[in-house]
Design a binder for this molecule. Structure first.
Ligand SMILES: [Zn+2]
Length: 309
């Protein structure tokens, strides 16, 4: 039996991992791809977004698969490798705070898999502030260091001199020499479908039981049956604590109640029509370095955005 190729897609919160994955799945041709999606939050929004493209999705939410829920990753991998009809490729979408190298190491504990690549997305707009962050800077740096290929995403936001500076910045951190620029995570497909050589890594110790995420990092989710005012929802999200790193979800807006996808990355709030989910509820997951009162404040702010019927 030949080994099943494994590709890990990593990158910090909001860098475009799910968008890249959907891009890959829509160009997969006849390849049979199994996707394993890890979401740090308690509701797996990314898995819902991917289900539009494939049914073969395994959800691992509510923690980080390289540490706190590593055991569930091992079980899921065993289940995939035990299938009589093994996939042509397994893609693991790492959560935004996980270490993709550790995920790859866990994957390789099962001899049924061979590692073909660790593709890491970097948000060109936010990379500098993320690296400078005292809590999560190390996580983002490790992700870049460990990549076998880097996709420098959202480059449409920059003009040429800034692009060169961004590439140089990432080059200085990365061990891989494969650094491609992309817009809307539309990276060349050979990054996923062809095998790359892994860069060497100094720290080889595999300690999946030890959490590498800062103690303060947490998530909570809010669900409501009420429809929301788009304008007030935006205001509510902008008023939520500065410690918010990422929010995402599905929301029902205004009087028609149509479903929309919601993404908050840094100060950007993006709301767009979505066919990914037909549930009646609005659900939003918040990820950040929260204090005790932040969840209550977010709940109150969202409550204020509800439209009374
Ligand atoms: Zn982890």
């Amino acid at each position: 039996m030949s080994a099943i190729p494994l590709v890990v897609i990593g990158g910090y919160l909001g860098a475009g991992k799910t968008t890249l994955l959907n891009h890959v799945l829509s160009h997969a041709g006849s390849r049979r791809i199994t996707v394993l999606v890890n979401d740090f939050g308690s509701i797996n929004i990314d898995a819902s977004l991917i289900r539009q493209r494939t049914d073969d999705v395994i959800n691992l939410e509510n923690g980080c698969v390289c540490c706190s829920i590593g055991g569930r990753l091992v079980e899921a991998l065993l289940a995939v490798s035990a299938r009589p009809d093994a996939p042509d490729l397994l893609i693991i979408e790492a959560s935004g705070v996980s270490d993709p190298v550790r995920i790859a190491q866990i994957g390789l504990l099962d001899r049924a898999f061979r590692l073909d690549g660790i593709v890491v997305l970097v948000d060109a707009e936010r990379v500098e502030s993320t690296l400078a962050d005292p809590y999560v800077g190390d996580i983002a740096r490790r992700q870049i260091e460990g990549a076998s290929a880097i996709v420098l995403n959202k480059m449409d936001l920059f003009s040429e001199p800034s692009r060169e500076a961004l590439v140089a910045r990432v080059e200085a951190l990365a061990r891989s020499r494969i650094i491609v620029q992309a817009t809307h995570a539309a990276a060349p497909l050979d990054l996923i479908f062809d095998r790359h050589v892994m860069p060497a890594r100094d720290t080889g110790a595999l300690t999946p039981s030890v959490s590498h995420t800062p103690r303060e990092l947490g998530s909570f989710s809010i669900a409501t049956d009420a429809r929301l005012s788009r304008k007030k929802l935006k205001e509510a999200l902008q008023s939520v604590s500065a410690k918010l790193l990422r929010a995402k979800g599905f929301v029902r807006l205004e009087s028609d109640g149509a479903s929309h996808e919601l993404h908050v990355v840094g100060n950007r709030v993006m709301i767009s029509a979505s066919s990914a989910r037909s549930g009646a509820q609005s659900q939003i997951v918040f990820i950040g370095m929260f204090d005790r009162n932040d969840e209550a404040q977010a709940r109150a702010a969202l409550k204020a955005a509800e439209i009374s019927t």
